[in-house]
Design a protein around this ligand. Structure first.
Ligand code: F0G
Length: 359
């Protein structure tokens, strides 16, 4: 029997990326994540013939979609002879940056907002051996410092999504969805923070249409957290706040890309409250067995909101992106999971457990 080896996104889509044979691909075999049907969720929405799929990006090697862009950005940094890769991050980018830098034999430097990084993400950056700078400021301030540092020397390669290779790599998510469905989704839901991912998906769909792989484009629905919703308000904000720390961003770098995706697709960028985010987060785990992190659930919170507003089309095929793994954020998981949990402490005794179970 022939063994099927997994490959990363640069090898899977090598011809679309137009890579030279000797291109130094740095990969952890990211991508090829599952597109999981969510029938219970679809039923809850009460829209005739609706099909809902969850693209579970939490199953990437470092547990988030960032790996798709990081494989390309770090490969290119290596090709360009950089010594360090550097990023600002709300957590997931720092984890991916640290892992791929190590894999490439480069040093990683990550700048993060002190006290606002989910525990799992911090543990990843520590384990992969990045140099971690915690600033008493937010992501937007960290990113502006990283931009300035990147301009100081070519030894430092900035691997935030202002690096075009990040966006290029993340387009692969759109291609995988179309390959799995055999067509483009009709409606597409995604969390929005720095806005690189919505930009990448839209460009990915457009490119697939341009080369004849799909014949329609999805309507793009992006969701920010209500306390961190500059794109909805129409202006940057100084002090973003949300329980979904991954998208606690007030000045999205890919502002124009997000607006293009919305406008060109006839979609929208809206906000969802922290309560709506946490409720979708809990619902996905309890009813679909899919555990994502809070920011990821903004896409599904948005789906519920769009359903209530009558914006879902009967018989539509809908895809929601779940950007990161639930294990990234144990604190929120335990807080939310405790609600209605069946959890009890008992002595190590068969009889005690049997009577608790009513046997
Ligand atoms: N979901 C998760 C889990 C994220 O980590 C991020 C961004 C987003 C959604 C939003 O994606 O920025 O492309 O609009 N996290 C970045 C980071 C900012 O530093 O890890 P976006």
């Amino acid at each position: 029997m022939m063994m099927m080896m997994s490959v990363g996104i640069l090898d899977r889509y090598r011809s679309l990326y137009n890579l030279a044979d000797d291109y130094p691909v740095v990969s952890l075999h990211e991508g090829s994540t599952p597109l999981i049907p969510a029938q219970r969720l679809a039923k809850c929405l009460r829209v005739e013939g609706l099909k809902v799929f969850l693209k579970y990006e939490g199953l990437n090697p470092t547990g988030s979609f960032k790996d798709r862009g990081m494989t390309y950005a770090v490969s290119q940094a290596k090709a360009d002879g950089a010594e360090y890769v550097i990023c600002a991050s709300t957590g997931n980018t720092s984890a991916a940056c640290a892992a791929y830098a190590t894999r490439a034999g480069l040093k990683a430097l990550v700048i993060i907002p002190e006290g606002k990084i989910a525990l799992g993400k911090l543990s990843q950056a520590l384990m992969y051996g990045a140099t971690i700078v915690e600033i008493s400021g937010n992501f937007d301030q960290a990113l502006s410092i990283v931009r300035e540092l990147g301009e100081m020397t070519p030894k430092l390669a900035v691997v935030n999504s202002i690096n075009p290779y990040r966006i290029e790599g993340q387009k692969s998510g759109a291609w995988e969805i179309c390959d799995d469905l055999g067509k483009a989704p009709d409606q597409f839901f995604i969390p929005v923070g720095n806005a690189g991912n919505i930009t990448a998906y839209w460009r990915g769909f457009e490119q697939y249409k341009a080369i004849g792989k799909i014949d329609s484009l999805p309507q793009m629905f992006g969701y920010q957290a209500a306390g961190a919703a500059p794109l909805v308000l129409g202006h940057p904000i100084d002090n973003p706040e949300t329980v979904a720390t991954a998208i606690r961003i007030g000045k999205p770098a890919s502002w124009d890309g997000a607006i293009t995706a919305k406008t060109a697709s006839g979609g929208q960028i809206d906000s969802v409250t922290d309560a709506e985010i946490l409720s979708a987060y809990h619902c996905l785990a309890r009813h679909e067995g899919v555990f994502c992190e809070p920011a990821s659930a903004a896409s599904v919170a948005g789906l519920f909101k769009a359903a209530a507003e009558g914006k879902l089309k009967p018989h539509a095929t809908v895809v929601c992106i779940l950007t990161g793994n639930g294990l990234k954020d144990p604190d929120n998981a335990i807080d939310v999971g405790m609600k209605g949990a069946n959890r009890v402490a008992l002595p190590p005794d068969r009889q005690a457990i049997a009577s608790f179970l009513g046997l």
